[in-house]
Ligand binder design. Structure first.
Ligand code: LRY
Length: 231
């Protein structure tokens, strides 16, 4: 039976999406711990989850009814694209219960055209989230039928700005053109999340600041070390 995703955008609107992607190879990198992280963020009020890998998705799907944005990260030959780069994983992500599938929609050399990925995702009765790095990429993904566009890859292509914080200008410009935009990437504080919403974001996704304990700890440790040098 085709899945009914008609209510999903409404559930996400104005809310926090918790990206639960542990530091790979770290102590939290186990599907049952990712599921626990997801439950903890749900308890805190997250309206949806962003989960990478089939194993983590399966474990998380078993413990929550929140909408899940599923993706896989993998390397493919002759292309820098690594977020759901080809068609191979789309069906598997859908089968494991992702309602939304995220994929790289940048204009870099890529194994599969953006239009083809969107079509494959829709064929699984899932919604498509296009991760982009520029306004042009976002508008093109929107034109091709992406249900959501994420600012996820701004700062991670060699032609997008390297900002220390979120690319709110990209969010603002996409939103101003009527694109359902998910602000994602380097949102480190509740104030930045709020600013993203005020810039027009449809919803706000936060990862590292919620779930990558090693990096959060290191930021504190580094700040203390700087203090020692200064003192
Ligand atoms: C660039 C890339 O590969 N981003 C990935 C996308 O799924 C994740 O590694 C990020 O954690 C996620 O986008 C959330 O961003 P932040 O962790 O900065 O809140």
């Amino acid at each position: 039976m085709p899945r009914d995703t008609s209510g999903i955008p409404q559930r996400l609107q104005g809310g926090l999406i918790a990206s639960c992607q542990p530091v790979r190879g770290g102590p939290l990198d186990h599907p049952h711990l990712v599921a626990a992280l997801a439950q903890a963020t749900e308890a805190g009020g997250a309206v949806a989850l962003r989960i990478e890998s089939l194993a983590d998705l399966e474990a998380t799907r078993a413990v929550t009814r929140l909408p899940i944005i599923g993706l896989v990260k993998k390397e493919v030959p002759s292309s820098p694209v690594y977020i759901t780069p080809d068609l191979a994983d789309v069906e598997a992500l859908a089968r494991r219960g992702a309602e939304i599938i995220a994929f790289d929609a940048t204009q870099r050399p890529r194994p599969v055209a953006v239009a083809e990925l969107i079509e494959a995702i829709h064929a699984q009765s899932c919604l498509a989230m296009a991760d982009v790095s520029t306004l042009e990429e976002g508008l093109e993904a929107h034109r091709l039928g992406a249900d959501f566009v994420g600012s996820t890859l701004s700062g991670y292509t060699d032609y997008s700005p390297r900002l220390p914080g979120p690319d709110l200008e990209l969010v603002r410009q996409l939103a101003a053109r009527g694109v359902r935009t998910i602000a994602e990437g380097r949102i480190a504080t509740p104030q930045e999340a709020r600013a993203a919403l005020e810039a027009g974001a449809f919803a706000v996704a936060v990862g590292t600041a919620l779930t990558r304990i090693e990096l959060l700890t290191k930021a504190f440790v580094d700040a203390l070390a700087e203090g020692k040098v200064a003192g």
